[in-house]
Ligand binder design. Sequence first.
Ligand code: ATP
Length: 299
Amino acid sequence: SKRPAANAIIQPNFKFEDMGIGGLDTEFSAIFRRAFASRIFPPGLVDKLGIQHVKGILLFGPPGTGKTLMARQIGKMLNAREPKIVNGPEILSKYVGQSEENVRKLFADAEKEYKEKGEESGLHIIIFDELDAICKQRGSSRDSTGVSDSVVNQLLSKMDGVDQLNNILIIGMTNRLDMIDEALLRPGRLEVHMEISLPDETGRRQILKIHTTKMRENKVMASDVDINELAALTKNFSGAELNGLVKSATSFAFNRHVKVGTVAGVSNDIDKLKVNRQDFLHALEEVKPAFGVNEEELT
Ligand code: ATP
């Protein structure tokens, strides 16, 4: 019988706002409803409904938008074991059979715990970053070695085996949805697909707030900095780029206090350090968004 793994329960005091992810609450709610609702059904209901838990989800979208962040927080929310995070290129090996072995090993801990504890096993999460790297479309001429073929096949056979396990959740991530082998996306495999796109203005405001929390709390941010203004000025910035912007502004502020090459006297002066609006405007000249700029120029 397929009952929820005992430890796959939602943290009782879990709040999305506390996750440190800006602008993705709609996406998170949708993932939750489509992929995890069954894990908090009352005991027995999953049996009665005759359904199975979702075993895999796919997060896709441009780099630096918070996919890894989201995957990790999902693990925390579900009280899962520390997730195994691997990336596609890492799995691939030039030695015959080694890549399949790498995939097999990823599942070993979960399989072992399931053998020992059955449905009482904790939930194991495997996060596959750059999943496209192992795909290269099976059978295409792009990969003449056949290595990625057998890796995808190994992954498929492991995922199909999860049927009996019930204690594994796979989170795949990619910037290239078009590169993902369709066989991986079918029901029973990575069946819930969610696009994580660049943040809109509200999202950017939230992300900027998250990344300036410490400096605001410690009063290291000057009062002329207006997060709303910065959110408006950062169209097409990813979360990672907004984080980069804050770092860059900080380094401009630091630079006003310290001449490169002089270290003496820093500690006295640094108490007065405040990151101000001008530092952010400087940073905006330095940090540019990598994606979405062309579409922007067309309109
Ligand atoms: P990649 O496709 O390059 O792996 P990703 O989508 O997995 O990118 P993350 O690794 O989650 O991106 O993001 C990188 C960093 O950027 C995060 O550690 C965080 O500091 C910041 N960041 C990205 N998106 C967000 C967001 N939505 N909210 C807050 N911080 C974010």
